[in-house]
Design a protein around this ligand. Structure first.
Ligand code: FAS
Ligand code: PHB
Length: 389
């Protein structure tokens, strides 16, 4: 096959990249190693920055989002038996959109399929070749048959465990990493959320997050020990912790648990995000702890920058935006890393934390919920910093 851009990975990054290129008349092919149904059912992020939901509407894939998403003005921070609202709309003029990542993925796949953009699902043995030349290739196997895509550029959108980042000679990459001594156990439940907006709860038993997907479906998380196994957490045990960690701030209705999984927590960045004609975007280049709800939003920001750079190459013969791709993305990525780390260190119980640390966390929460300046820094980062080109 021949395409101007070969994309590896049909997650938010790969799909949005293909859509943005398509809208500029640039043809792309996506190869994905999972099935369409697996990709569309994978429960992950749930919160879009204002500009991301606006982008989905502007690019013509936001109709269902406009009908079904929940549009929030802020979040609640619960600690010391009380709940405090941080009003992003009042502080920054922006809100956030609650719309499951799997819904975004479904909407993007439907649009790309309608537009005739090839998405090859269930491919195997994907590999990239000739990255240093001007005709890189993607090889793969589909239904046991070998396949190949000759292209001008490769979008490495295959996530943290993909093949693209490892295809770059290790000596050329610098990685930055922080592991956290805990993870999140998340459940999707048929139960009404305890509040109209998200509640981030600090508690001596550990952090908990009360999010949602609709007025009748909740997305709930509890902090668990690093390396914890989901089999050790019965539904009853999860509900008990969720009740305790809500600290009497709200009552929590229980319901059928539809999905349960544990997400490890890490901060990770690899630099640079480019090697020849291969451009890393999204989780293939960076991971944030989900506390700041940045993962999906940073992935979309990367591909907005990449689509703009590739378009300038084809329409004006420019390579300067391609050359600046990594630095442009990393500016936003590191601000997202800082914010995600800050939210994580403020809200979680660290096993090696001292009594001083816990009092300092409570003071930080008291400061954020009593100072307009402090609340505004949380609001502008959470709702989404302006895009910088
Ligand atoms: P993705 O990982 O979404 O997509 C990569 C795609 O590439 C996948 O479809 C994968 O199947 C495919 N792929 C991988 N290797 C391949 C290969 N060799 N060949 C072909 N295809 C290949 N973010 C939040 O903001 N909030 C959350 O609550 C949250 N929860 C998360 C829970 C989990 C378990 C995980 C793993 C991530 C979570 N994230 C969360 C982060 C998540 O939302 C990512 O930021 C987002 O999916 C990034 O999108 P992509 O970069 O497209 O990567
Ligand atoms: C979610 O709804 O899945 C969600 C929301 C906010 C976060 C993390 C996850 O910080």
């Amino acid at each position: 096959m021949r395409a101007q851009v070969g994309i590896i990975g049909a997650g938010p990054a790969g799909l949005m990249l293909a859509l943005l290129l398509r809208r500029r008349g640039i043809d792309a092919v996506i190869v994905e190693n999972r099935s369409r149904s697996y990709v569309e059912q994978r429960v992950r992020a749930g919160l879009l920055e204002q500009w991301v939901s606006d982008l989905l509407v502007e690019t013509g894939v936001g109709a269902r989002l406009t009908r079904e998403a929940m549009f929030h003005d802020g979040i609640h921070l619960a600690f010391g038996g009380k709940s405090h609202h941080v009003d992003f709309r009042k502080l920054t003029g922006k809100g956030v959109t609650v719309y499951g990542q799997q819904e975004v993925v479904k909407d993007l796949i439907a649009r790309l399929t309608d537009d005739g953009v090839p998405i090859l699902f269930e491919v195997e043995d994907v590999a990239v070749h000739d990255l240093d030349g001007d005709m890189p290739r993607i090889s793969f196997r589909k239904n046991g048959e070998p396949g190949e895509i000759a292209c001008d550029f490769i979008g490495g959108c295959d996530g943290f465990h993909g093949v693209c980042r490892p295809s770059i000679p290790a000596g050329l990459l610098t990685t930055y990493e922080r592991e956290y001594p805990f993870g999140w156990l998340g459940i999707l439940t048929e139960s009404p959320p305890p509040a109209d907006e998200l509640i981030y709860a600090y508690h001596e038993r550990g952090f908990a997050l009360y999010s949602m997907r609709s007025a009748t479906v909740s997305r709930l998380y509890v902090q668990v020990d690093h390396g914890e196994e989901v089999e050790r957490w019965s539904d009853a045990r999860v509900w008990e912790e969720l009740h305790l960690r809500l600290g009497g701030v709200r009552s929590l209705a229980e319901g059928r648990v539809l999905q349960k999984s544990i997400t490890p927590m890490r901060s990770f960045v690899t630099e640079p995000m480019r090697h020849g004609r291969l451009f890393l975007a999204g989780d293939s280049a960076h991971i944030v702890p989900p506390t700041g709800a940045k993962g999906l939003n940073l992935a979309v920001a990367d591909v907005v920058v990449l689509a703009r750079a590739i378009t300038a190459f084809y329409t004006a013969g420019r390579s300067d935006l391609l050359d600046a791709y990594s630095a442009t993305c990393l500016d936003r990525i590191w601000k997202g890393q800082r914010f995600s780390w800050w939210m994580t260190q403020m809200l979680h119980r660290f096993p090696d934390g001292s009594a001083f640390d816990r009092r300092r966390q409570l003071a930080e929460l008291a400061y954020v919920t009593s100072s307009t300046a402090a609340a505004t820094t949380l609001a502008e980062n959470y709702a989404g910093l302006p895009m910088t080109w």
